[in-house]
Design a protein. Structure first.
Length: 333
């Protein structure tokens, strides 16, 4: 179980460069997915490189594709990085379960590990977390849909749920946050899930890829009559939203349902302006990079890292720094 102790996190600045040298003692290894599936990882990489570089933190980036093979490659990267002498690792896990199963962090408890964006749970060898409040992101998406429902004056509406894969712990967090808001409405019949798919295991996609989002939406549409479409789609991120749009268009939809998203990608901004997607969540990736850089800089300099929020993993309280998420619509892009 994880609990969040609320407070106000400090936000500071720090940085990284990509030069290499023989000694890696004070270098930082940044282990992050490539941008083949999610464009946002390119933005995270650029942000971390720029912000860290300005403040003289020396970092090297290691990327892998968000695939089964890429998850295994990421474990090998971590093993090689630690074997090479790195003492500081910024980690965005492709599959946190594979990292845990490898034992690479448990075998090297002196290496400081900072989770960037994605959490690694069931592992007390994580030292810091820099992320958005992922449960709150799910709440924000659900609240947007509920506001639409209430303002419509309708007695009921249909809704379908598209969440991310179980390899990314954030995906289940988004679901938990959303269902905190939606469950009562679904139970009392105000929101109708015609596909009947409501549990996380039923609504998770195989990956964050657009193609898997399209496949998931096609699966939901099989429960609708020809020419009939849901009123609302809870899509956990912009790729799943794009997949939903493609499935809906292929099925003949002219007017899109209300569709949520996350990451504020260029694709989502275009979809919103074209009235295909209704909103996206901006997790403020620049602030997230500042928080990550602040943690790394403090560790290298020996300065204290003061957090007032913690996530408990097992019996260990892990300091967490949250970036501020916000809703983006056609009126605020």
């Amino acid at each position: 179980m994880r609990r969040v102790l609320l407070g106000i996190a400090a936000v500071a600045m720090l940085a990284v460069s990509c030069s290499k040298s023989v000694s890696v003692g004070n270098k930082v290894a940044v282990v992050i997915p490539d941008a083949a599936i999610l464009d946002r990882w390119a933005q995270d990489k650029d942000n971390l490189k720029s912000i860290m570089g300005k403040y003289g933190v020396d970092a090297v980036f290691f990327t892998s594709p968000e695939t089964v093979g890429g998850a295994a490659q990421q474990v090998y990267q971590l093993q090689d990085i630690i074997r090479s002498g790195y003492k500081y690792v910024v980690l965005t896990a492709i599959d946190y379960k594979k990292i845990n199963a490898s034992g690479v962090l448990a075998e090297n408890p002196d290496v400081k590990v900072i989770c960037h964006d994605r959490l690694v749970v069931d592992n007390p060898y994580i030292d810091y977390i820099s992320s958005a409040n992922t449960v709150e992101v799910g709440r924000m998406q659900a609240m947007f849909l509920l506001n639409h429902f209430h303002s419509s004056g309708a007695a009921s509406m249909t809704i379908e749920l598209l969440e991310g894969p179980s390899t990314d712990l954030n995906a289940s967090d988004y679901y938990v946050g959303a269902m905190e808001m939606l469950e009562d409405y679904i139970d009392n019949g105000s929101l109708i899930v015609k596909s009947g798919k409501k549990t996380y295991n039923e609504v998770k996609a195989d990956s964050w890829d657009v193609a898997d989002g399209k496949k998931a939406m096609q699966d939901r549409l099989a429960s609708y009559a020809e020419g009939e479409f849901p009123d609302m789609v809870l899509a956990a991120n912009d790729n799943l939203a794009q997949g939903a749009i493609e499935a809906l268009v292929a099925a003949g939809a002219v007017t899109m349902p209300v569709i949520t998203g996350q990451d504020n990608t260029e694709m989502a901004q275009k979809n919103i302006k074209d009235h295909k997607q209704t909103m996206t969540i901006d997790k403020n990736l620049t602030d997230m990079a500042y928080n990550t850089a602040m943690i790394v800089s403090s560790l290298i300099s020996g300065a204290p890292v003061q957090a007032s929020q913690y996530i408990t993993i097992g019996t260990v309280d892990i300091p967490v720094f949250f970036s501020q998420a916000s809703v983006k619509t056609i009126d605020s892009l």
